[in-house]
Design a protein around this ligand. Structure first.
Ligand SMILES: Cc1cc2nc3c(=O)[nH]c(=O)nc-3n(C[C@H](O)[C@H](O)[C@H](O)COP(=O)(O)OP(=O)(O)OC[C@H]3O[C@@H](n4cnc5c(N)ncnc54)[C@H](O)[C@@H]3O)c2cc1C
Length: 320
């Protein structure tokens, strides 16, 4: 038996019926782009996840954690190793503690952010409105420290439940968590399985008003209905990637069926059958043009799996 078949057999013992081979990942992403996972595993509880991580660690095989795929670009040839999908079995919202003006919520990593927003609307919870319109999962939002309109996930987080690469569980509190701009520093291979959020208890009408307003703004300024991966580049300090890309004249640029959105220059949309290589080529061209125009070298915000962004061309006298 080949080493890969042996690993597959062991994976299937750990996650019976929930391991697929060469499974296309495009349907798992909001961009609808990406080749297959060598193995796609969907553990359904903590024990399965722990055993899966310990097995992969022991066999020296890499893995990626997939939430709702709204911030990843997956290469056309797919990814080697395992992709661990934390889907519906990892979705829950429960009240942990209730105080007079606040509530502590336990949230599973697979909980879709829109479900969290709906929960907040139903119970008049304040402080979570900023998540309206972000299509990820709670786990992805923690990993990326997702945010909008000046608020971010780290601010409302009291603790996380993690499983380390060796299968060990930890529960770091807020002070032990290093949230930064669109990132959370975790030990390599760690998986967020859930966490505790703090929300205020307020008026349902006011929460609904704020959510509606944020969604209205989003629909006005972003290509809401087209497949994309959200903001492609990180905002450089004190500026916005979208402004720089627009100023450099890249709106509407296209490679294959990937196109820089006319509505928001930091979004690349898939107009039908875009491939990862189209998106990468467009990202590289935009990055180069912005660098030449403003001297700013944009860095990707989307996570690249099984693909890399070509380096910018070095120009004479440039500091690149
Ligand atoms: C239309 C659109 C609008 C968006 N608007 C915003 C916005 O306003 N603000 C914003 O911040 N982002 C925005 N995004 C980006 C994206 O939705 C967020 O980053 C989201 O939090 C990612 O969650 P996800 O579950 O889709 O993560 P994925 O895309 O599945 O994964 C993203 C990264 O997180 C890691 N990850 C996911 N789950 C876990 C886990 N359980 N444990 C450890 N690591 C994990 C993955 O390995 C990967 O590195 C937008 C995207 C789109 C398509």
């Amino acid at each position: 038996m080949s080493p890969d078949r042996r690993i597959l057999k062991r994976l299937a013992e750990v996650c019976p019926g929930r391991v697929k081979v060469a499974e296309p990942l495009a349907p798992f992403t909001t961009w609808k782009i990406g080749g297959p996972a060598q193995w796609l595993a969907a553990p359904q509880d903590l024990e399965e996840l722990r055993r899966l991580l310990a097995l992969l660690t022991g066999m020296g095989r890499p893995w990626h954690i997939l939430g709702r795929g709204s911030n990843v670009l997956i290469g056309d040839r797919g990814v080697a190793g395992a992709v661990i999908y934390l889907g519906p079995p990892w979705s829950w919202i429960r009240v942990r503690k209730r105080f007079r003006h606040t509530v502590h919520l336990e949230v599973g990593a697979g909980t879709p952010l829109p479900a969290m927003v709906r929960y907040g609307l139903r119970h008049g919870l304040t402080g979570l409105e900023f998540l309206a319109g972000i299509p990820g999962s709670a786990g992805g939002a923690w990993a990326m420290n997702a945010g909008s309109h000046g608020r971010e996930m780290g601010e409302v987080t009291l603790a996380l439940a993690l499983v380390a690469a060796d299968g060990q569980r930890t529960r770091p509190g807020r002070k032990a968590l290093a949230f930064g701009y669109r990132r959370l520093d975790l030990d390599p291979g760690s998986v967020i399985v859930g966490g505790v959020l703090r929300a205020g208890l307020g008026s349902k009408t006011e929460v609904a008003r704020q959510v509606q307003e944020l969604l209205r703004r989003r629909k006005k300024t972003q290509p809401w209905q087209e497949p994309s991966g959200g903001s492609v580049f990180r905002n450089p300090s004190g500026d916005s990637a979208g402004r720089l890309i627009e100023a450099a004249g890249c709106k509407g640029w296209a490679r294959g069926e990937a196109r820089v959105s006319e509505k928001h220059a930091n979004f690349i949309i898939n107009r039908g059958r875009a491939r990862a290589r189209d998106v990468l080529s467009l990202m590289a061209a935009v990055r180069q043009r912005v660098y030449e125009h403003s001297g700013v070298l944009l860095e990707p915000e989307v996570r690249l799996w099984g693909c890399t962004l070509p380096e910018p061309v070095r120009r004479p006298g440039s500091s690149l």
